[in-house]
Write a protein that binds this ligand. Structure first.
Ligand SMILES: [Zn+2]
Length: 148
């Protein structure tokens, strides 16, 4: 018998014995109190398990919805190479191979990423446009002088 089950059975027997010890002298008697306390504990255990399972189910649903929301943030359109050229939005994940099934031709597909890079530039403030234009024209002039 697993230790947790053994502990649970021991606890039930202990509680039932304690209840029948305190109320056993009443007209119902020791055995009826023991059996009654045991049945009530099983019912209470069942109800508690139902409540905990329901709470766990709600938590699982909530986590699944959060997961769907996170995946929807990383979705990208992917075109199937089949004759239909079906466009499907698939979640982009870096930690696993991105395979999916085309919902038109029903073939298994694998998606690969292509990364484009660009220099980061600082935008010029629009409020100081004239000063910026003269600065740019000065830089162009210096550049053309250096080139010649
Ligand atoms: Zn397809």
């Amino acid at each position: 018998m697993p230790p947790r089950l053994l502990t649970a059975v021991a606890a039930i027997i202990f509680i039932s014995s304690a209840v029948s010890f305190f109320f056993g002298t009443t007209p119902l008697g020791y055995v009826k109190w023991f059996i009654g306390a045991t049945i009530i504990q099983f019912i209470a255990q069942y109800v508690i398990t139902l409540i905990l399972d329901a709470r766990l189910g709600v938590q699982i649903k909530k986590l699944e919805q959060e997961n769907i929301l996170l995946l929807s943030k990383t979705e990208q359109p992917a075109i199937c190479p089949c004759h239909v050229k079906n466009v499907q939005h698939i979640p982009i994940l870096f930690d696993e191979q991105m395979t999916y099934k085309c919902n038109k031709c029903n073939k298994d597909l694998s998606a690969y990423l292509d990364i484009t890079t660009a220099l980061v530039t600082t935008p010029l403030p629009a409020s100081d446009l004239d000063a910026n234009l003269t600065k740019i024209s000065q830089q162009i002039d210096e550049h053309t002088k250096q080139a010649n």
